[in-house]
Each structure stands twice: as C-alpha cells, then as structure tokens.
Write a protein that binds this ligand. Structure first.
Ligand code: ATP
Length: 751
C-alpha cells in the first residue's frame, strides 16, 4: 500500500482544487510562514476522520472551509480526498476493499454536516476508521505530528501515551474489535435481559395455561371413562329392554286373547240368560194354580151347598114346613162373571198384586155367600127344587173334577217344563260365573303384565333420554354402544340372559355412577378446550422460542467473552512485545540523538475508579462487571530517561531542544517497530541545531525505507533528504498555491 495523492478543494486556504502527489518516499513541503503548509498536514487529519476541530485549529466544521477573500468568494464546502494504491500482495490487500486504488474523501458543509466517501460511495466514519486501522493508520494521529506537537507524547498522561503507543503498535484494529465485541456483549446482555423479562412475563400465563391443560387432560380422561361406563350402561339397558319387551309381549299375547274370547262369551251368556228369565212358563203356572184354586173353591162351595141341600132335604123329610128359598140365577151369573174377570186380571198380574187381587176376590166370594145364606134363610125351598139343585150341583161337581184333573195334568206338565228349563239356566250361569272368575283372574294377570309393560315403556323412555344426553355429551361416539362387547369382572363375555338376570339395582348403580361422573365433568368445566390447548401450544412455543433465543444469546455472549479474552490476550502480548521492541529502538535513537544516556518506556498501573472510567471511556465493561467492581487497574506508560553527564530525572526538567529530541527518538522508535504507511512531521525539526538536524536527517532516511514521509520544514538538512519538494505560496488573494520546486528553489522559498 502506498500513499498516492491528496487533493484539497475549498479546505482552509486551499480555495482551489490542489493535488499533491507523493511519488517519492520523502516529500518535503516548504514555504513561507502562513502560506498554508500546516493546512496540508491538517487536511490529512481531516480526511482521516479527525473529530477534534481544535487539533485542526478550528472551532467548528465550518472553519475548515475556505472563508473567502476580497478576490475569491468563500466556498460552500471543503473536501479532501486521499488516494492510496492498494495492490494485492500475496493475495491480500492492505486496505480490505477489493480495489487497486482506494480514495477516501471527507466533505464538510457550512451547516457543519460531514460526508465520508469510499471510492465515491457514501460510507460511515466508522467504516473508514476500521478500514484504516487495519492498515495501521490509527485515529490517534501518531503518524501526523503537528507543528509544535512533537513533544505531545511527553506531556500527555500515562494513559494517553499508552493509547498513542497502542496506536503506533497497530493495535488499534484489535482495540476496535474489542470495543466492538464489548458493545455487542452489552447489547447481547440487554437482549438477554429483555428475553428473560419476556419469559418471566410469560411464566404465570404459561403456568395458568398448563394448569388449564392439566384440567382438560383430566376431564378428557374422565370423559373417556364416562364414555366407557356410559356405553356399557346403554348397551346393558338396550339388551335388557329388548329382552324384557319381547318377553312381556309374548306373555301378554295368550291371556289377552283368552280374555277377549271370554268377554265375548260372557256377553253371549248374559244375553242368553236374560232372555230365558222373561219366559211365560212361570206366569202360565201361576194362572194354572189360580185356576186350581178357583176350581177347588168352587168345588168346596158346591160341596157345602150339596151338604146344605142334603140337610134341607132331610129336614123336609122330617119337617113339613118347608121353607123355600133361592138365589136368582142372574145374581149368580154376575158373581161368577166378577170372579172370572178378577181371576183373569190376577193372572195378568205378578207377585204381591196377585195376592191383593185374590184377597179382593175372596172378600167378594164371602159377600156373595153371606147374601146367599140370608136369601136361603129367607126363602124356603121345595124338595124338588132342592133335588134339582142337588142334581145340578152334582153335575157341576163332576165337571169340576174333570176340570181339576185337566188342570193338575197341565200344571204338572208345565212344572216339569219349567224344571227342565231351570236346569238349563243353571248350566249357563255356572259357565258365566266360571268365565267371569277366569276373566277376573286374567285381568289380574293382564294388569300385572300391563304394569310391567308400563314400567318397561318408562324405562325405554328414560333410555331414549339417556341416549340423547349421551349423544350431546359424547357426540357420535354415543351410538357406538351397540358395538360394545360386555364383559364381566373376570373379563368373560356377558350374555343377554346374564344382563337380564342381574339385579336391576346394579344397573341403577351404573346409572348413578355415570350421573356422578357427568356432574364431576361439569364441575371441572374445561370449556373451550380447543382454544386453551391452542393458546397453551402457542405459549409453549413462544417460551421455547424465547428459551432458544436466550440460549443463542448466551452462546453468542460466551463467544464474545471468548473473543474479548482472546483480543485482550493478543493486545497484552503484542503490547508487551511491542513495548520491548520500542524500548530497544527508543534507547538506540536516544543514544544517537544525545550521544549517550538511556531511555525506556515503563508500563505502570493506575488505579482508576470505575465511574470515571465509564465517564471517559465508552468501551465500558458490561454493567454487571462494573457493579462488582468500583475501580479498575489500568496500565499507562511512563517514560524514564537519563541524559549523559546530567542528573536529570523526569521529563519536566528537560530543555525545549531536549524534549524535541526525546520525542523524536520515541516517534521514530515507534515508527521503526511498526512502520505506518506514512508519517507527517510538521516542523518537528524546528528546534534542532545543525548537528542534531543531521542526525534527524539520517533517521529520516532510515525510516523512509519503511514509511512514506511528508515533511513540512524550514530545515535545509531535512529538505535535502526529500525526493519531491513542494513549495506553498500565498498571494494577496489569501489562496495557497502549490508548486513543485527544486532543492535550491525550495531553500529560497522556505525563507
Ligand atoms: P508557518 O510556517 O508560519 O507555520 P504555514 O505555512 O504552516 O505557516 P498555515 O498555518 O498552514 O501556514 O496557514 C495559515 C493560513 O491559512 C493563514 O493565512 C490563515 O488565514 C489561512 N486560513 C486558515 N483557515 C482558513 C480558512 N478557513 N479560509 C481561508 N484561509 C484560512
């Protein structure tokens, strides 16, 4: 890698675009005071990303911009472009971008805004700083020694010195990496805390959901149990009902048929019997009996009359005075008609009415005979009359006897007929009673069977309701009860008969058990299971995701820790090693400059409170480390010298020249150990006398073999070492102008 050129446009006094090419190892810039030489050194700082305006003699970014003069108006922006050759060496380029030429450009605008460009593309300052650090062009500017700043390394603090030396040793790239690693570690720690917080936030919800899921699982198990028990219950119930209903149906059929037949038969018998009751047989008999009585009474009456007539005839034989009496025939006919009519009426009547009628008739008969006796007593009958009468009566008597025989025969025949009929009726009644008894028996049986049927119907209804409920609870699975293969406690198959024979209480027990399970299931109430399960799954996944992320973060934190440790180790080793090498060179250059004496860098430890460290140092440790430590030890660099023939201890006792020589020795020593690509020395040689100027010149020649040197100088000796000489002039327009000059011209220009 080689510095090729620098181009200033509108930067400070360089109002016009000005390009300096560095074709030689040593370039000297000469010119009168105030012509703008130092502005060139500052343009290097500027383009390399210097943030301190003070170090470029300004207060603001705007101060870097050509401010105008009477002749040339001010510029709107200042830009500086630095161009490097960046050829690949052994497959590697010094600047890690794939370009043979790398142009780094910085622009500052009047509003103070900055732009950084890498080969024309806008980049961040950090990108440029990192790129340069790899090529040992550090930000501390150890390779740009401004005017009067040569002894800065002497006057700065041990820590600043250390930084300069680290930069000089090319450790900046490692420091960047370390700072970057620490920054990442801090970010990682932050992320870890965030992720942990998220997990902590998630934890109660996850616990809650896990509880819910456990409940759901419990209820699922209960539901499975319930399904099993329910199906067994339903299966048993269906078998029981099927068998029982079949049996009752069969049982009912025969008695029902018999009962119906009996009912019909009973109706028939009843009808038959009621018809016979109305038969005229009995009435006929009653009439006949009345006839018998009438005949008997007539015969008695005739017999009495005959007796009286015979008495009268006897009396006639003995008594001469015969009284005659008779009852008019008309009266007797009337009487007979009355009696006949009465009896006919009686025949039409029944029971008590017959008796009443007969009683009236008896009274009528008595009356008639009463009258007869009176008439007889009143009239005296002649024996002829009496004889005739007697004959008449006797004839009548004979007729009556015939009549009586006929009636008796008729009565007997009727009685017999009635008797026969009665027997026939009794048979019918017996059958009726038997049928009724059987029917009532059957009714009892049927009632019992009906009760059983009703019970079964109720049970069937309950079964249907239970099935519906099972369906609501278990869905289609409820219907699978039909396929359940029943097993007893021993695991043997259970037959339909076993089901029916089992005490009903056991099935009722099953039902109650199922009921209890249903209630329990409802109590658990794992409603909305699908949603809870989904949410739980999502939460678990989220938690696992966070856990994995945490693991990843932990892993990356661990690897960052390791990287930091490695970098620390590398830095430590290189630093220690570098210090040793610098010391060798420092001592040698010192001896050369002072003709003797010794010079040495010493690493010292400074104990610094962490708070200050954090304030001043943006590469702070991760907070958890800081909280454990309230202070930390830092290594700084002290410079120990001893001048020949002088008892000088401490840098503050040195003269200006001695300070310059010491700093030059150190700067050169550092440049020797880790040569920077270029080194700018702005009048570092100003304080040197002739002898030291020569030595300085020798050292420059020696350094030039490793680094490009840009020397701003008024020193003749120094000029003489340059391959290229640039003269800077400034006219009345206040604009710096560049011109290539020969050595002799340069000497002249410098003055
Ligand atoms: P010396 O040899 O005395 O150290 P020098 O050659 O190093 O001088 P510089 O210090 O580089 O000179 O130049 C300073 C000059 O630049 C001054 O004349 C100053 O006016 C001019 N200058 C600085 N900033 C600006 C600016 N923003 N605009 C215009 N001119 C500026």
């Amino acid at each position: 890698m080689r510095l090729k050129s620098i181009e200033l446009s509108g930067f400070k006094s360089f109002a016009k675009k000005t390009q300096l090419e560095f074709a030689s190892a040593v370039t000297s810039i000469v010119g009168p005071n105030g012509s703008g030489k130092s502005n060139i050194a500052e343009s290097f700082r500027f383009v390399l990303g210097e943030q301190s305006m003070k170090s470029m003699r300004g207060r603001r970014g705007e101060d870097m911009i050509w401010n105008g003069s009477a002749a040339v108006p001010r510029a709107g922006r200042a830009s500086v472009k630095l161009v490097f050759d960046n050829p690949p060496v052994g497959g590697r380029r010094a600047l890690a971008v794939d370009f043979d030429e790398v142009a780094i450009e910085r622009v500052v605008n009047r509003d103070g805004s900055n732009e950084y460009l890498l080969n024309g593309s806008t980049v961040r300052l950090r990108d440029i700083a990192e790129l340069l650090a790899q090529a040992n062009i550090g930000a501390s500017g150890h390779h740009i020694i401004s005017q009067g700043e040569a002894d800065r390394v002497l006057s700065s603090s041990a820590r600043e010195r250390r930084e300069m030396i680290e930069d000089g040793l090319g450790l900046t790239a490692f420091l960047y990496k370390k700072v970057e690693a620490k920054r990442k570690l801090q970010k990682t720690a932050e992320n870890m805390r965030e992720v942990e917080a998220l997990r902590r936030e998630l934890a109660p919800h996850l616990r809650f959901l896990s509880g819910q899921v456990k409940k759901i699982e419990e209820s699922q198990k209960l539901r499975d149990d319930l399904a099993e028990k329910y199906l067994e219950y339903l299966k048993r119930e269906s078998v029981y009902l099927r068998v029982q209903e079949g049996l009752v149906g069969e049982d009912l059929a025969t008695p029902k048929k018999e009962h119906d037949a009996l009912t019909q038969r009973i109706a028939h018998l009843r009808q038959e019997l009621s018809q016979k009751k109305d038969d005229a047989g009995t009435n006929e008999l009653v009439a006949l009996e009345a006839e018998v009585r009438a005949v008997a009474s007539r015969r008695d009456s005739i017999v009495r009359d005959l007796g009286r007539i015979e008495g009268e005839l006897l009396a006639h034989e003995r008594i001469t005075v015969v009284t005659r009496s008779s009852v008019p025939t008309e009266q007797v006919r009337t009487f007979a008609q009355t009696i006949e009519q009465g009896l006919e009426e009686a025949l039409a009547l029944e029971g008590s009415q017959v008796k009443e009628k007969l009683t009236t008739l008896v009274v009528a008969v008595k009356d008639f005979f009463g009258q007869l006796v009176q008439a007889t007593a009143q009239a005296a009958h002649s024996p002829e009359e009496l004889q005739a009468k007697k004959q008449g009566l006797e004839g009548e008597l004979a007729n009556l006897s015939q009549e009586e025989t006929r009636i008796t025969a008729a009565t007997q025949a009727l009685r017999k007929k009635i008797e026969n009929e009665k027997d026939a009726n009794r048979e019918g009644e017996r059958e009726l009673f038997a049928a009724m008894a059987r029917r009532s028996e059957l009714q009892t049986t049927l009632a019992a069977l009906q009760a059983a049927t009703d019970t079964l119907a109720r049970e069937h209804e309950q079964f249907r309701a239970e099935l519906a409920e099972a369906g609501a609870l278990l869905g289609r699975a409820a219907l699978a009860y039909e396929d359940v293969e029943l097993k007893n406690a021993q695991g043997e198959p259970v037959s339909d008969a076993d089901v029916v024979d089992e005490p009903r209480a056991m099935q009722e027990d099953r039902r109650r058990k199922v009921e209890r399970m249903k209630i329990k299931l409802e109590e658990i109430g794992a409603g909305n299971a699908a949603e809870v399960l989904r949410e739980h799954q999502e939460t678990v996944e989220r938690d696992q995701f966070l856990r994995r992320e945490l693991e990843d973060l932990e892993a990356s934190a661990a690897s960052l820790h390791q990287l930091i440790d490695e970098l620390t180790e590398t830095l430590e080793v290189r630093f220690t090693d570098g210090i040793e090498k610098i010391n060798t060179q420092f001592d040698a250059f010192f001896k050369l400059m002072f003709g003797g004496g010794t010079a040495e860098l010493a690493v010292v430890k400074e104990v610094r409170p962490v708070a200050r460290v954090l304030d001043e140092d943006d590469d702070a440790e991760a907070p958890e480390v800081a909280s454990e430590q309230t202070e930390r030890t830092e290594e700084g660099i002290e410079i120990a010298i001893s001048l020949p023939h002088k008892r000088i201890k401490g840098l503050h006792m040195l003269s200006g020249g001695e300070r310059a020589l010491t700093s030059i020795a150190l700067i050169f020593a550092m440049s020797q150990v880790n040569p920077p690509p270029f080194l700018i020395l702005d009048e570092t040689d100003a304080a040197l006398d002739e002898a030291n100027s020569r030595r300085y010149g020798d050292m420059i020649s020696s350094l030039a073999s490793r680094s490009q040197l840009i020397l701003i100088t008024h020193n003749r000796e120094t000029m003489s070492r340059a391959g290229i000489l640039y003269g800077i002039t400034m006219g009345s327009d206040g604009v710096s102008k560049l011109l290539s000059v020969k050595f002799e011209e340069a000497v002249a220009v410098a003055k």
